[in-house]
Structures are given as structure tokens and as C-alpha cells.
Write a protein that binds this ligand. Sequence first.
Ligand SMILES: [Zn+2]
Length: 263
Amino acid sequence: MPELPDVESFRRYFDATSLHQRIDDVDVRNAYVLKGVSGRELARRLKGRSFESTRRHGKHLFVRADSNVWLRLHFGMSGFLRYFKGEEKAPPHTRVLFVFAKDYRLAFDDQRKFGEVGLVNEVDEFLKKRALGPDALDIDLAEFKEKLARHRGAVKSILMNQRLIAGIGNIYTDEILFHARIHPATQITRLGNKHINRLFAAMRHVLEKAIEYQADVDRMPQSWLLPQRGKGGKCPRCGRGLKSSKIGGRTAWFCPHCQRRAL
Ligand SMILES: [Zn+2]
């Protein structure tokens, strides 16, 4: 499921491929992903225009068109972008296809259809309406502490709560907690100042590095949890077997030896 590093990679990909070209057509192949807009309206607002700039907040990507409307993309469970020449085949689960002048196309592919494509007039207004917290890479240590201090629950669930901090999901919380050596089920109220500082540093480090690796597990160092995360995986630090556990309805992977539960 695309999280902050994945969506940031999509944003950079969009910037590198799809800005400043005339949009000749918007081909909606499956209207299921459209949210709050019809296929006809989407085409009407974008045809003849061009995309000018991008902005990411948490797991949302916004693209400003020169008609002063923003295209909103959320990648759900399986969404991604692909830019290609007209003669090539579109990816198999293309839901919306943006056709540019000179016959280049950008596909929004989303096999599982949890993604969302919409239009917004004001990004900040949209973020407020969704009650999304600040982006995980925009938040400073003081704000991070303040947010955590006002909540109760398992540290993993808190980090994944988009209303507190936007951008981190099931996969990257595991990596962050592994780096911070904190057990995912630890109650947030049990974490002292030292642990919170470590958690914040791990969050920034993991997200920034993961963006550098283009959110690609194959590029991640073997000292990370993600290349090992799953059944039969071994802790890259101590070599013992990783364990999983359900926390807040999601499966957490961790090393029970390196990530001890605070008493
Ligand atoms: Zn270990």
C-alpha cells in the first residue's frame, strides 16, 4: 500500500514526465475510482489545459492545472502512475488515462480500486475537511511530542493515525519502530522523553532514506527490516526470527529481542 515515500516517488515521477503539456483527452476507463466528480466533468475541467505543479500531503498527491483546479490522486492499496508513448500498451488496470499532445499518456493504474481520483479547488480546505494531520516530514519535534502527549494507545496505531500525522502506514511504522527499537504494542504513555526523541529521529531517517531508495525494497539496505519483513524473516540486527502480531487490526512485524516491550 503506497505510503509517504511511495507517493513522494510518484510526485517526482509526475514532475519529471507530465508537467507543461497540453492535455488532449481524459479517458476514464473505470469510474469507480472517481470521487466527487463525473468522468465528463473531469474531462471538461482538464481538456486543453496543462498540469503545472505538484504538491504532496501524507498519502495524497495534488496536481495543479493551469485552470486553477487541482487534480487529487490517492493510491489506495495498489495504485501507481505510468507514463508511456501512445503506441505502447497501457498498464493492465488503467482506471484513468491522461492523453497529452504528442501522443504521450499518463495512466493511473489501480488493480484493487481503493484509489481515488478527484478535483479540488483549494488543497488546504480539502485537508481540513478530511481532518488530516500535518505531513510526517513537515512536523517538528515539539509538535510531534505535543501530538503524542494528547493521545493514548499503542505506538504503532498512533503513528498510523492520519489525523495526527499524515503519511505513515502499516509498512513504514514497522520500519520506524525497528529503527527506534520500540515494540509496536508499547503504550504511548509508557514512552519517556528519550524514547520519543529516538522515535522522531527514526521517523525522519526512515522516511527520508526510503524516498532516496524510491520506496523500492530491493534498494533498501539489508540492515533494514523491510527486506526481511514477513514469514520466515530474520532480524537484520540479531539474526533471530521476526514475529508478527495484530495491533489495531493491522499486522505488525518486529523483532521481540531488539524491540522489547516497555514495562
Ligand atoms: Zn533482533
